[in-house]
Design a protein. Structure first.
Length: 280
């Protein structure tokens, strides 16, 4: 017996899982709204029937009230005619209609209260169905957003180094490597061919031009004196250099004279003994 219960439980769980898997929230919401709308239609019919019963009871009550008044009028006629027996029969009929009128009145009042309650319930049901329709739109939007987010998460989870994104990254690294190798080849070729040395000399030759432009800009801004005021300083500097050259030349001449004098003194030394011998 326990095996059959477990087997029945297993079958039931599998069936429930299939049902849950096959449920589409959007279709289920639409189906629920259709059922609620059908219930609203049925409720309106029931309220209409209740209203009709109320009106019927009201008419029956009014009719019994009129009949009771009519038999009372006839009893008065019998009394005027002096027929008391007929008057009593008329009053008996009046009482019957009056009793029925009271019963119909009570039923009508009860039916009227029931109709008011049914109308209120019908209004609330219509409001709930309208609110459910608005919620259905929101729920469907949430469902679609959840499905999109789920799809994105599954896509992101499926991305790995072996996927298209990983292959794209590998191609990017390969291109960077090719560019680095090309730049290294150009640099090596420049060093081997001497073009790098020529480039350095060209930069050296172009350097003073930039300095002169900067100097001209500073003169315009008033940071340096004008070119005309700075020009006379050049001859003074040249004269100073010339004067220093003359001094150096004079010093060189004096040095040469001293050297010549030192050379002439040893040549005159032997004549002194001869003079001494002549004196003897």
């Amino acid at each position: 017996m326990g095996i059959f219960q477990r087997l029945a439980r297993l079958i039931k769980s599998n069936i429930n899982a299939l049902i849950s898997k096959g449920e589409d929230p959007e279709k289920m919401l639409e189906q629920l709204l259709r059922e609620m709308s059908d219930q609203l239609i049925k409720a309106k019919k029931q309220v209409a029937v209740a209203i009709a019963d109320e009106k019927r009871l009201a008419k029956q009550w009014e009719q019994e009230v009129r009949d009771a008044k009519e038999w009372e009028r006839k009893a008065m006629m019998a009394v005027r005619a002096g027929d008391d027996a007929l008057a009593k029969e008329a009053l008996a009929r009046k009482k019957q209609h009056a009793d029925l009128a009271e019963q119909f009145k009570q039923q009508w009042e009860g039916q009227k209260r029931a109709v008011e309650q049914l109308k209120l319930a019908l209004t609330q049901l219509a409001a709930k169905i309208e609110e459910a329709g608005r919620k259905k739109t929101l729920l469907i939007a949430r469902k679609k957003r959840a499905e999109a987010q789920k799809q994105i998460n599954e896509t992101l989870a499926g991305i790995s180094e072996g996927s298209a994104l990983g292959e794209f990254k590998r191609m990017e690294e390969k291109i960077d490597q090719m560019a680095a190798e090309a730049e290294a080849g150009i640099e090596l070729h420049s060093e081997m061919s001497g073009s790098d040395l020529e480039q350095k000399f060209r930069q050296l030759e172009a350097g003073p031009g930039a300095d002169s432009d900067l100097e001209e800009l500073k003169r315009k801004m008033g940071l340096l004196p004008p070119a005309e005021a700075a020009a006379p300083a050049a001859p003074a500097k040249a004269a100073e250099e010339t004067a220093m050259s003359d001094e150096q030349l004079a010093a060189e001449i004096e040095k040469m004279k001293k050297e010549l004098a030192e050379v002439e003194v040893p040549a005159a030394a032997p004549a002194a003994p001869a003079v001494k011998e002549a004196g003897k």
